[in-house]
Design a protein around this ligand. Structure first.
Ligand code: ZN
Length: 89
């Protein structure tokens, strides 16, 4: 019996999944309230971003006991840029 479950193709891995909250995160800004990227891809991309930030932060320490303020500043900027944060201090 085919119950005609609506499916949705992830725009990153091109895999079709049942169109529900089990495979796609909800996104109120999308037409039917679900993301166009599957959960797996979304997790992967957010983890990738996290690793990139971690690497950037680690690179700034370079086995010095006292961090160079200029380098620390640069890493903060990189961090903000990655997260799209705006520092209004
Ligand atoms: Zn996917």
């Amino acid at each position: 019996m085919d119950t005609a479950t609506p499916t949705r193709r992830c725009n990153l891995c091109n895999t079709e999944y049942p169109e529900n909250g089990e495979f796609f995160y909800k996104n109120a800004s999308k037409g039917n309230g679900l993301n166009t990227t599957c959960k797996k891809c979304q997790l992967k991309s957010s983890r990738h971003r996290y690793e990139k930030i971690k690497a950037a932060m680690k690179g700034t320490n370079s086995s010095k006991s006292i961090p160079d303020p200029a380098v620390v500043n640069r890493s903060k900027d990189a961090f903000s840029a990655l997260y799209g944060l705006q520092r209004d201090t």
